[in-house]
Design a binder for this molecule. Structure first.
Ligand SMILES: NC(=O)C1=CN([C@@H]2O[C@H](COP(=O)(O)OP(=O)(O)OC[C@H]3O[C@@H](n4cnc5c(N)ncnc54)[C@H](OP(=O)(O)O)[C@@H]3O)[C@@H](O)[C@H]2O)C=CC1
Ligand SMILES: O=C(CO)COP(=O)(O)O
Length: 349
């Protein structure tokens, strides 16, 4: 049994806290609002984020961060990407023992273009207490995990030992956890699929059909893999759970906030109206900005991301964006892998 502090009591933090409690761990769930934590402790519900679900009694809610992390050696960070940096800054001030930090958030930070594990490592600079950082990612809607529906995810870290620790922590009969050493690929796949889900939702809102969605998902995966490889990821990761798997679950499900936000945009709502309606985090919006900036900086072609950026931030209409995407110059479909990857993958040939 491990003591685990789950930081972030939204849908995903709460669902993961349930998995950990089902696995017999001592789980503290931190949220910033006292009334929400009172509800978690007394009613055993988190009605805003997981309506209709009863939480296991072992989950203990906290609204004071220091109480949640007291004596824990494992911290699970599940706040939205925009709150990640300030949350880690606060944690760094109160942690006084070695910790392994697992994060399960999906985003890239605008401005710095950092992945979440990079933000965590950067903010812990100067502290001796951070042992390892692990990411948990993959096709996993909180609503379905909280109902024990069979789900598969991947964990990744620079440390194999830390990946295996996270695998053991979460693994059970309804939550199957794989390891993958490609930290960059796992984080990039999880973050960037939200861009593509927004666009798939947009096509639905515009009244377009399945051909268009298949095109967006397939060409979207190509551009995720393209930037991922430019950043050092293993291309095979994008065919796995944190790539194709998460793309499918997010681009085809009404549970997805990114998909739903896209749908509303396609129906003609403004970005502001969409954000007001959602009441939950839509990570793809800031990640579109971050990825657009990063792709430009490192000169990677990402036409779908660029088109969404213009719709979100430059008032291009979705119809005009569709026209721009369809009117691009003719191309080959399949890109060549860099020679060194080919050599690494096919040594025996
Ligand atoms: N939901 C899902 O199925 C999945 C989500 N994820 C990822 O998990 C991360 C968290 O998402 P999710 O739980 O779904 O989000 P939700 O929208 O369900 O909940 C957001 C949570 O973050 C809290 N929060 C918002 N702003 C801040 C802040 N500035 N400081 C501290 N806490 C804050 C909210 O608190 P409050 O209520 O007080 O506003 C709430 O607890 C995202 O990166 C998402 O992509 C990954 C896989 C699955
Ligand atoms: O990441 C998710 C499922 O794997 C959840 O996606 P949304 O944030 O779009 O709901």
């Amino acid at each position: 049994m491990k003591k685990v502090a789950v930081i972030g009591a939204g849908s995903w933090g709460t669902a993961l806290a349930m998995v950990l409690a089902d696995n017999g761990h001592d789980v503290r769930l931190w949220g910033r609002r006292k009334e929400q934590i009172d509800e978690i402790n007394h009613q055993k519900t988190n009605s805003k984020y997981l309506p209709g679900i009863t939480l296991p009694s072992q989950i203990k809610g906290h609204y004071i961060l220091a109480d949640a992390v007291k004596d824990t050696e494992i911290i699970l960070l599940v706040v939205p990407t925009k709150a990640m940096r300030e949350t880690v800054q606060e944690l760094k001030l109160i942690i006084s023992r070695d910790v392994t930090v697992i994060h399960a958030s999906k985003g890239i930070e605008p401005g710095t273009h950092k992945r979440i594990s990079e933000i965590i490592e950067e903010e812990f600079t100067g502290s001796n207490f951070l042992k390892h950082v692990v990411v948990l990612s993959g096709p996993s809607h909180a609503e379905e995990v909280s109902k024990h529906q069979p789900t598969t995810v991947t964990v990744s870290s620079k440390s194999e030992q830390a990946s295996e620790l996270a695998q053991d922590l979460f693994f059970n009969q309804y939550f199957r956890v794989y390891t993958n050493p490609d930290l960059i690929g796992v984080e990039i796949g999880g973050a960037l699929k939200n861009i593509i889900a927004l666009v798939c939702g947009l096509t639905e809102g515009l009244g377009l059909g399945d051909n268009t969605k298949a095109a967006i998902m397939t060409r979207g995966l190509t551009e995720i893999a393209r930037i991922g490889m430019a950043l050092g990821a293993n291309p095979m990761t994008f065919a796995g759970l944190s790539g194709l798997g998460d793309l499918i679950v997010t681009c085809t499900s009404i549970h997805s906030r990114n998909y739903r936000a896209g749908q509303l945009l396609g129906q003609g709502k403004t970005l502001e109206e969409v954000l007001d309606t959602m009441g939950m985090v839509v990570e793809g919006i800031r990640t579109t900005k971050a990825t657009y900036e990063l792709a430009k900086q490192i000169n990677v072609e990402m036409p779908i991301t660029n088109a969404l950026y213009k719709v979100l931030f430059e008032q291009l209409s979705p119809k005009e964006a569709t026209g721009e995407l369809m009117g691009r110059v003719k191309k080959h479909e399949v890109e060549r892998l860099p020679t060194d990857l080919l050599q690494a993958d096919f040594k025996e040939d």
